[in-house]
Design a protein around this ligand. Structure first.
Ligand code: PHE
Length: 345
């Protein structure tokens, strides 16, 4: 390959290779000379007319090589100059330092406690049911053997929706019992976690919103012994193999007999004294055998089926578990409080 055009082209390639680009100005000059709209390579391409036919291919390939070399040189120099600009005057920045860690969110302590309770019952075959918080009176009260004039309605200060006494914020997760019993056939074995509302004065121990986990088991031949055994299993899973429970007779309109269950927590510190009122025993739930009237109200034959139910409070269990001495912490969304809890589960 010879001739004037070849020589000129090789010269230009050597020139491209030898050029140093250290500044934005040099970069701009390089671009206009080798890559711009009237660049020298285009000019040399025009000279292909003067090349003998058998050498045209080689000439074309050499032009292409020149173009790629110029483009690569330009790209590399551009990146290098950008980096140099970015770090100008910041020579003490360590570009190899690891980045800022991305903060993981955490779970709300009540969710952590509820999820633990749920998995304990799932292990023995209970299925999670979730239902509405805005509920009809019938499911919250009437179906649960608590008709309008029933004195037990006073036990639970209800938030009604405007003047419509038919719609309310559920006062307990027992409303899920009647929802499930009217739509499912026994055997029924469910747990229902969720938020409930009562018009109570807010204090360190009480709030107008709180959480419960309801349990319901209906089948043939379900007995009070089954209930006690289930709750003992729960207490041991939740509070350790030495956990003790105490079952005290009580009253609920929807269970007969009814009981309240305490678990022995002990008195290790100030928080324990406050929450257990100095006894070491923590009342965690109400329970009992489902009243035959409730089964009947929901279309289940009480001659064939029996069942037990329980409803446990979450806040006090979470307070003890995490040593929280005021229930209001759970609802204030103070990040300093919330970020102390785990991210998993
Ligand atoms: N619903 C009752 C309460 O909120 C608890 C309970 C549930 C009692 C199921 C018995 C059976 O206090």
């Amino acid at each position: 390959m010879q001739g004037e055009a070849f020589d000129k082209l090789n010269e230009v390639i050597a020139e491209i290779e030898a050029t140093t680009i250290d500044s934005a100005e040099q970069l701009a000059a390089f671009r206009s000379r080798y890559l711009g709209s009237k660049n020298i390579l285009k000019e040399l391409m025009g000279a292909i007319r003067t090349i003998p036919n058998e050498q045209k291919k080689d000439y074309g390939q050499l032009i292409n090589k020149a173009k790629t070399t110029a483009q690569e040189k330009f790209d590399n120099a551009q990146v290098a100059i950008e980096i140099a600009e970015d770090t100008k005057g910041n020579s003490d920045i360590d570009l190899s330092a690891p980045g800022e860690p991305i903060a993981l969110g955490s779970r709300h302590p009540l969710s952590l406690t509820m999820n633990r309770i749920i998995s304990i019952f799932q292990k023995i075959g209970f299925i999670v049911e979730e239902e509405r918080e805005i509920e009809e009176d019938w499911y919250n009260f009437t179906a649960m053997n608590t008709p309008e004039d029933h004195p037990a309605r006073d036990m639970q200060d209800t938030f009604y929706l405007r003047d419509d006494k038919n719609m309310l914020l559920r006062t307990h997760t027992s409303s899920v019992q009647s929802r499930v019993m009217t739509t499912q056939k026994p055997p029924i074995r469910i747990i229902a976690p969720g938020r409930v509302y009562r018009n109570e004065t807010i204090s360190a121990r009480a709030h107008c919103q709180f959480h419960q986990v309801e349990g319901l088991y209906i089948d043939k031949d379900v007995s009070f012994a089954d209930l006690k055994q289930t709750l003992l299993y729960y207490a041991r899973e939740m509070y350790g193999p030495d956990a003790r429970i105490r079952v005290r007779p009580s009253y609920f309109p929807f269970t007969e007999p009814s009981a309240e269950v305490d678990v022995y927590w002990g008195l290790k510190n100030e928080t324990d004294y406050r929450i257990t009122k100095g006894t070491g025993w923590l009342e965690i739930m109400g329970c009992g055998m489902v009243d035959p009237n409730v089964l009947k109200n929901c279309g289940i034959d009480p001659e064939v089926y029996t069942g037990f139910a329980f409803g446990m409070g979450i806040e006090r269990q979470a307070m003890l578990q995490y040593r929280v001495n005021d229930i209001r912490w759970f609802f204030e969304n103070d990040v300093r409080f919330l970020e102390q809890f785990e991210a998993e589960i």
